[in-house]
Every structure is written in structure tokens, then in C-alpha cells.
Design a binder for this molecule. Structure first.
Ligand SMILES: [Fe+2]
Length: 196
């Protein structure tokens, strides 16, 4: 299918997924890919009420939840609704993939880290410096690319209400890297998600 034009009005979930898959194939360079997909995420946010089901909004007092909306059979793409209760945060992590994130509800906070050590692929001897913070309100879209990895912590402050965000990645996000900042190490972890 042809990718919808960024400014056009209505965009269904099927349109979005089809266009994102096509753009992912057309743009092997991740920076080109997220540049092309970000405007579509902005439009998808407007249509979220047409495809989000109650199971996509499941939450858990033990930690933020990852509710799968779509996973491509060829592992080239996945879309999740993440639900963040007040005070829930990720570990310091990177995804080893490009990603496009849109905020549906609340304020999502992202704190970035900058890798100072030269070997970008090393799992030890990692020196990280704290970077800036970004507050993403409802309707905001952000994106990231790998290599150099986008290292960050995401979550919702304890004094803010629940946040819900859509996360599109360039693969099934069944594992990612988490960092032990004082030890200067990172390791891959497998992560679960809720199926529809
Ligand atoms: Fe992340």
C-alpha cells in the first residue's frame, strides 16, 4: 500500500501499521525511518479511541504495563500501549532499535543518559553521564534511533496522574538492554507483555 500523506485526516490502525511497515522497508536508515513515521504517529493519537480496547489499558500496581496492540509476523515492527501509574519508572535502558512514541494521556517523563566511553558496543566499562529531561504531554511525539544507543529512563512522577503512551519499535520488543550505572555495565533482559 502507499503511505498516507502526513497531513491527511483520518488514519486507522491498519493504515498506520501498513504504512509503518512500508516506510520501515523503504528506509533502512533508522533516522530516515523515524522521520517518516513520526507524523503518522501524531495522527494515530487522534484515532486511538477507534482501536484501543479495554485490555490495552491494563495497569498493574507492581510496575508499568506493556500491552501489545500489534506485532508484525516477520518481527519487523511492534506497537504497544504502555500504562504508567504515578511513580512507575523503567530501569536505565536502551532498545537496540528505532522507536516512535506518542502520548495519549498524562505527562510522560524521559531522562536521558549520554555514553561517554568510546566503545559503543561494549557491555562493561560503560561511563554514562546524566543528560536532559523531557516532559511529554498529551499529543506529543518523540522518537529515537540506535547506534549510538538512546539510553534513557522513562516514567511518571509520583505526584502526576496516570499516563498512557503508544510505542512503535522496529522489531518485536521482547528484550532490551538495562544498565547498572554505578557498575558501568549493561545486560540484555527478556521482558513480558500482555497479549490482546
Ligand atoms: Fe525506552
Amino acid at each position: 500500500m502507499n503511505a498516507p500523506t502526513p497531513g491527511a485526516s483520518r488514519l486507522s490502525l491498519a493504515d498506520f501499521v501498513g504504512a509503518a511497515r512500508e516506510l520501515g522497508q523503504r528506509h533502512p536508515e533508522p533516522a530516515d525511518c523515524v522521520e517518516a513515521i513520526a507524523p503518522l504517529m501524531l495522527r494515530l493519537l487522534d484515532q486511538a479511541r477507534t482501536f484501543l480496547e479495554p485490555q490495552h489499558l491494563r495497569s498493574d500496581p507492581q510496575g508499568y504495563t506493556r500491552n501489545l496492540i500489534y506485532a508484525a509476523p516477520d518481527d519487523s515492527l511492534s506497537l504497544y500501549a504502555l500504562v504508567w501509574l504515578p511513580g512507575q519508572w523503567t530501569a536505565v535502558h536502551d532498545h537496540g532499535s528505532w522507536g516512535v512514541v506518542g502520548v495519549l494521556e498524562g505527562v510522560l517523563e524521559e531522562r536521558s543518559f549520554v555514553r561517554l566511553s568510546a566503545d559503543r558496543g561494549a557491555d562493561a566499562g560503560i561511563q554514562l553521564a546524566r543528560g536532559g529531561v523531557i516532559l511529554l504531554g498529551r499529543g506529543a511525539v518523540t522518537s529515537f534511533v540506535p547506534n549510538p544507543d538512546h539510553i534513557h529512563v522513562t516514567g511518571v512522577a509520583a505526584d502526576r496522574p496516570r499516563a498512557v503512551s503508544l510505542h512503535l519499535y522496529g522489531r518485536t520488543m521482547s528484550h532490551f538492554n538495562i544498565y547498572d550505572v554505578p557498575a558501568g555495565t549493561r545486560r540484555r533482559i527478556d521482558v513480558a507483555h500482555n497479549e490482546s
